[in-house]
Design a protein around this ligand. Structure first.
Ligand SMILES: *[C@@H]1O[C@H](CO)[C@@H](O)[C@H](O)[C@H]1NC(C)=O
Ligand SMILES: *[C@@H]1O[C@H](CO)[C@@H](O)[C@H](O)[C@H]1NC(C)=O
Ligand SMILES: *[C@@H]1O[C@H](CO)[C@@H](O)[C@H](O)[C@H]1NC(C)=O
Length: 209
């Protein structure tokens, strides 16, 4: 009898513990879901089409030589990248901005830009400079593309930004979000003195999701 009662008491205690645990788990799950939904909402606010906009507004290319005997590219490229945050309430911390320059799908330089905070309804201009030399192994068709770009005086260079941001809404900060931005540029080479035939045109970048 004693053992029977003890058993009943134990099962009652266990049942209570179990239901407490269950409700705790549900509360945690619910909180996690709410946070995820909020984060997704803010991400959507920022990155739905026509929200934060990236443009390359200016490009200056003063050197772009590829020599196939040593597979080396010598380059000097300066860009102005304009970032517009049109949101009325959300500010953005750009915690990491990595700017990569590609020619014919090969990366020739990476610059890490200074982190910054961008208030709501604000525009920031970044000025990455890619200058140096890089080993690039271009195949024969890529070398002929290079030669035709050189004859035209315009090089197809692509800028890819990898960014990590946090969003600030009032006193709430949410992050990190990662995003990739891609800008396909036609950059005229301006050798000393001679300005090239067609000037650089402002180019809108797209999200590379
Ligand atoms: C970028 O902007 C700066 C400051 O507005 C300007 O001096 C520079 O000529 C622009 N162009 C490039 C390619 O950096
Ligand atoms: C790049 O090409 C120009 C003109 O062809 C030449 O004057 C310059 O020395 C070259 N630079 C390098 C680093 O090869
Ligand atoms: C944009 O940010 C700059 C630098 O933080 C600030 O001086 C300027 O007042 C801001 N502009 C607007 C419209 O908030």
């Amino acid at each position: 009898m004693g053992s029977k009662g003890g058993c009943g008491c134990c099962s009652c205690l266990c049942g209570c513990l179990f239901s407490c645990l269950l409700s705790l788990i549900f509360q945690i799950l619910f909180t996690v879901l709410v946070i995820l939904a909020l984060a997704a909402f803010i991400f959507w606010l920022l990155f739905r089409p026509n929200e934060v906009k990236f443009y390359v507004t200016d490009a200056s290319l003063t050197q772009f030589n590829y020599t196939s005997n040593d597979n080396t590219l010598h380059y000097n490229l300066a860009l102005n990248v304009s970032i517009r945050n049109p949101n009325k309430r959300i500010g953005i911390y750009y915690d990491r901005i990595e700017a990569n320059a590609y020619y014919q799908d090969q990366r020739f330089d990476t610059e890490t830009l200074t982190p910054f905070y961008q208030g709501h309804k604000n525009t920031t201009v970044l000025s990455p400079v890619f200058h140096g030399q890089q080993l690039l192994t271009l195949g024969s068709s890529e070398v002929s593309n290079f030669d035709s770009d050189k004859n035209n005086g315009i090089f197809g260079i692509s800028l890819r930004l990898n960014i990590r941001i946090r969003a600030k809404l009032g006193w709430i900060k949410i992050g990190h979000f990662k995003s990739k931005i891609k800008c396909g540029l036609d950059v005229p080479l301006t050798s000393s003195g001679t300005s090239s035939a067609s000037p650089f045109e402002t180019t809108r970048c797209s999200f590379d999701l």
